[in-house]
Design a protein around this ligand. Structure first.
Ligand code: AKG
Length: 267
């Protein structure tokens, strides 16, 4: 990555790597994603009524797991987050219809960044469900200025700025299978006009935790994923987030991104 890439990411909060994976690789990823999601639905079709999500899915299929240590993912993350970056639980999804404006994280922890790497497995355009972002909204002053957007998700919705959600000034991250979308989790994002079966999987990572507040954030997230595993895991209630083989295995890259989790005693 060039200094321009870094400056762009710091300033606008996102990067898109076009045709980062080949059609043959995407076909395999797509097939394994579909199999996994069907297994999680116990063979039933996806009805397109509500979002289907599987948390911590990567270890369930080899092509998905391989993404973690692939140069095209690992290398980008190492450049953006620095050495010793950390793995966070990730999700595989069928999104249904619109996603209203939100950031994934609210907290500002100086020196600490959380990023999401997203793969859309179908073509998505501005009006067919691609991620729309408000460039630069991961930073002040824009972050607080657009907070009014949260009212949009009330029932009935309240439209701030005199604009409906899909009229908000934003940048569409149109995506074809093979593209890799990376964004800062504080960036305000949404999606409009997409199908009721929008396939997307993510990988999440943060900079290496160095201060107690960073560790607290990791612990809080772990607790909430653990609660989901206990109560909503489609594969059955589990009293752990990670498969022990996932925590123990992989090469030095996987082990490096898991080390802080293991030191914290996460399971
Ligand atoms: O693609 C979408 O509908 C929304 C994705 C999203 O909100 C996210 O990944 O945090």
């Amino acid at each position: 990555m060039s200094p321009d890439h870094h400056n762009f990411f710091d300033t606008f909060g996102f990067l898109v790597f076009r045709q980062h994976f080949t059609p043959a690789e995407m076909a395999q990823i797509s097939r394994q994603f579909d199999e996994l999601m069907r297994e999680a639905r116990h063979g039933a079709p996806h009805e397109g009524v509500e979002r289907q999500m599987v948390l911590q899915y990567v270890e369930r299929r080899p092509a998905l797991l391989a993404l973690l240590e692939d140069d095209r993912v690992y290398g980008v993350l190492e450049e953006l987050l620095g050495p010793g970056f950390v793995y966070w639980p990730s999700d595989a999804n069928y999104y249904v219809g619109n996603t209203e404006w939100h950031p994934d994280r609210h907290v500002v922890l100086p020196g600490h960044q959380l990023v999401k790497v997203a793969f859309y497995l179908d073509p998505v355009r501005e009006d067919s469900g691609c991620l729309r972002v408000i460039p630069g909204s991961h930073r002040e002053p824009l972050w607080t200025s657009v907070f009014e957007l949260f009212h949009r998700v009330q029932r009935p919705p309240v439209y701030p700025f005199g604009l409906a959600g899909d009229q908000m000034p934003s940048y569409p991250l149109v995506s074809e299978p093979g593209d890799m979308v990376v964004f800062n989790q504080r960036l305000w994002h949404a999606s409009y006009g997409g199908s009721r079966h929008r396939r997307m999987c993510t990988l999440n990572f943060s900079t290496r935790p160095t201060e107690e507040v960073h560790f607290d954030e990791l612990r809080r997230n772990h607790e909430s994923v653990l609660e989901w595993m206990r109560t909503k895991n489609p594969f059955g209630p589990a009293d752990r987030v990670y498969d022990p083989a996932f925590l123990a295995g992989g090469g030095p890259r996987r082990q490096s991104m898991l080390r802080p989790l293991k030191e914290l005693g996460f399971r």
